[in-house]
Write a protein that binds this ligand. Sequence first.
Ligand SMILES: [Zn+2]
Length: 399
Amino acid sequence: MLTHRAAWAMMEPRHWIASPAVTLEGNRIVSVAGGSRARTQGPVVDHGPGVILPILVNAHTHLSLSALRGRLPWDRGFVPWVQALMKERAALSEAQALGACGKAVEEMTRRGVGAVGEFGPHVAVEKALGPSPLAARVWLEFFGDARRLPPLPGDTQGISWAYAAHAPHTVSPGGLCRIREQDRRSGRPFCLHLAESREEVLFLEQGGGPWAEFLASLGLDFSAWGLPVGSPVAYAHRLRLLDSNTLAVHLTQAGEEDLDLLAGTGTRVCVCPRSNWNLHRRLPPLEEMVRRGLEPALGTDSLASVHTLDLFDEMGFVAEQFPGLSPDTILAMVTLWGARALHLPGRGTLIPGSRAGLIFVGLEARNPSEAALRLVYGEFERVIRLEAPSIGKEETRGL
Ligand SMILES: [Zn+2]
């Protein structure tokens, strides 16, 4: 047994405790109590002014693109960015890609991330994730018809695998359904990028535009895709891709009817606002998502479209851009809602019985509102991980 004390604890979003005593046994939270009711067991570590909270969840990133940090143009449009990404990625050696991936994992670990949604990897990211304290949901992405899906690697070292479709403007309708069905059959969550760019919308709604020209320039035949098919979200709904087993990422272009469809089907959603702003000069309809009870998770996206994988940077940006969202809501996005988006039960909360995955953030605050505000704006001295190194590893095994 080991007990951590501090000025505040955030058990779950909106559930704060003053003068908490958080007792751990191995990797499990045994008890959390506050003030005079707090009885300590075993050795006690008092961290002083600051907040104990669940580890943070970065629900969407592409670690294998980390070596592209600072190497791509963000201001020339989406298609030129994709073209530059393909060229630069092809020029990377495996060692370069994995070296940058390892640094990115360290960067996230230092800043309180304990679970990550990794999408697409074209190099063996498990070599960086496996030995790290991070739990990961890794989605292997597919393009085109996806006629043959190779078997997934086994779930070990805290890494749980699943299949993903890249997006509806890069995967045929048959491919989208095949990939989603494969995940459903094996009880794994499905993921896709959805309604991210104006180019994607033009392509699906009109069957033309810069994206059609780009695919044609690559020699890709999409004549059998049945275009036009309407808005990306309506199209995904018609293909029966939307339900609580699906995580839809971005939704920058989602309109009111799209959001109603997502909410009505219980689809999980994740947004990456800094990336969307850098690449598309547009933000996802985050306040409307929260109003509909969509519980959006937050992701940084990759270092090919943002400067850092730091969730405190992402939270600060969200707080500035969406003044209607409370700090508690923004903290929900990086804890409980992120864990739900990745289907990682027992994370994003300090409720007794859950697996311990917790951090301490040193800051001065007179009340929970002030503490929440300082957290989302990154106004603090330090982040300390309070979990044992093996904790993330046991958690996702067999999920
Ligand atoms: Zn992505």
